[in-house]
Ligand binder design. Structure first.
Ligand SMILES: CC(C)[C@@](O)(CC(=O)O)C(=O)O
Ligand code: SF4
Length: 462
């Protein structure tokens, strides 16, 4: 009688080509890979130096997203010499190795983790690797996605495989209905706050429960995207009819009889009854409130109605020192109300929260309202397709009327790697996933929150 297996086990078992040693390393087959201009150059240089080709170029998709400008008038020129070189080298590599590229002027361009699902490039049951830690996003489709380093990208391009060691498994069960104004972003932020930024290090997380089942596929992507901010190197949600409906009409989804066969297989993609996880975490949905970060790590977060914590209350001297350092960087005082902190910038974007559903929620908040004087508010759609859809739905007009900048697609102000950079002392309400020191610019302060909360933060403090 076979042991009951988790969904993670099933993915790894079905993609293991052979064991490699007695320490649990296996040769793992990878179905798809996504490449970007920032983390791929060294991998391609390595292939060129070794005189190797790409084993299966049709399983790779390249996109420009990190360094490109997002000004309203789309331009091909990069903001600096380094970015221009990265983009031209990506184009040269895709041409020479036969890889499809969505360059900055392509109407399919966007942030890789928004574009790949949009294209049907990621399907349930797949194992996906990319030179980006937020590849965990694809767990929302019942795929297994994880980030890899440059040398692994080269190995993957040359062989379609990776040397892989199985992770531990964590099941996070979320039950109940989310409260009014509570978004999927708040679920993952509450989990990260609960278990800590390294609480899931060495684990793959499977999300289950009625709350997860009730989420849309895009909302699920937000949860899986940020699993890495708790240290996880994999996130899963069993694919269901919502996922099948999401995938069905995508360009690269199976069609006709192949579709029926695929769905029949995908329905089996769930953990077996009785499967044992290395760790179980339970979260009650009704206890989750809209969250904001106050510190410089995604786990330094609290409900919007809370106050800035006091490091003096922390007994551990190291943690106390870290708390104080975070408050000093953020320019906050213990006891300050989080909902009373004035911001200078409001940024809605990133692979975490800039899909069409996110923009619809923002439009509901900003309709017939005006951004506060002194606040610079920007909306950067997750992809050029999302931008087109938002315009077709009249959302862009609502954003512009409210005083938001309506930009082209890219990673933009998620990180200071293009010309959307904040200055020291700027304070940004941000729908992104990382609030590290300097993330959005040297000395800039980032408060992570859901898109709707960013939209609400852009109004005058009452
Ligand atoms: C730094 C950038 C390339 C990155 O996309 C890298 C990553 O997520 O691995 C990020 O958001 O930190
Ligand atoms: S949007 Fe931000 S987190 Fe996502 S890939 Fe780009 S830089 Fe990384």
């Amino acid at each position: 009688m076979n042991q009951p297996r988790t969904l993670y086990d099933k993915h790894i078992d079905s993609h293991t080509l052979c064991p490699l040693d007695d320490d649990g390393h296996v040769l793992l087959y990878i179905d798809r890979q996504v490449l970007n201009e920032y983390t791929s150059p060294q991998a391609f240089s390595g292939l060129r130096e070794a005189g190797r080709t790409v084993w299966r170029p049709e399983t790779a998709l390249a996109v420009v997203d990190h360094v490109n400008p997002t000004a309203p008038q789309r331009i091909a020129a990069m903001p600096d010499e380094g970015g221009a070189r990265q983009v031209s080298y990506l184009a040269e590599n895709c041409r020479d190795f036969g890889i499809e590229l969505f360059d900055v002027l392509d109407k399919r361009q966007g942030i890789e983790h928004v574009v790949a699902p949009e294209q049907g490039f990621i399907l349930p049951g797949m194992v996906v690797a990319a030179g980006d830690s937020h590849t965990t996003t694809y767990g929302a489709l019942g795929a297994f996605g994880f980030g890899i380093g440059t040398s692994e990208i080269e190995h993957l391009l040359a062989s379609q495989t990776l040397v892989y060691k199985r992770l531990k498994t964590m099941r996070v069960t979320v039950e109940g209905r989310l409260g009014l104004g509570v978004a999927s972003k708040d679920i993952i932020m509450a989990l990260i706050e609960k278990i800590g930024a390294s609480g899931a290090t060495g684990y793959a997380i499977e999300f289950t429960g009625s709350t997860i089942d009730a989420l849309s596929v895009e909302a699920r992507m937000t949860v899986c995207n940020m699993a890495v901010e708790a240290g996880a190197r994999g996130a899963f949600m069993a694919p269901d009819d919502k996922v099948f409906a999401y995938v069905k009409d995508k360009l690269r989804a199976p069609k006709g009889e192949q579709w029926e066969q695929a769905v029949a297989k995908w329905r089996a993609l769930k953990s077996d009854e009785g499967a044992v996880f290395d760790r179980e975490v339970a979260i009650v949905a009704t206890a989750i409130q809209p969250m904001v970060t106050w510190g410089t790590s995604p786990d330094q977060a609290a409900p919007i109605g809370a106050r800035v914590p006091d490091p003096a209350g922390e007994e551990d001297p190291i943690r106390r020192r870290d708390l104080q350092r975070a408050l000093d960087y953020m320019g906050l005082e213990p006891g300050q109300r989080l909902d009373g902190i004035a911001i200078s910038h409001a940024f809605i974007g990133s692979c975490t929260n800039a899909r069409i559903e996110d923009l619809r929620q923002v439009a509901e908040v900003v309709r017939d309202r005006k951004v506060a004087d002194g606040v610079r508010a920007m909306i950067v759609p997750g992809s050029t397709a999302v931008r087109a859809q938002a315009e077709a739905e009249g959302l862009a007009e609502i954003f512009l009327a409210a005083g938001f900048e309506w930009r082209q697609s890219g990673c933009s102000m998620c990180l200071a790697m293009n010309d959307d950079v904040l200055d020291a002392g700027d304070r940004c309400a941000s729908s992104t996933n990382r609030n590290f020191e300097g993330r959005q610019g040297a000395g800039a302060r980032t408060h992570l929150m859901s898109p709707a909360m960013v939209a609400a933060a852009a109004w005058p403090v009452a």
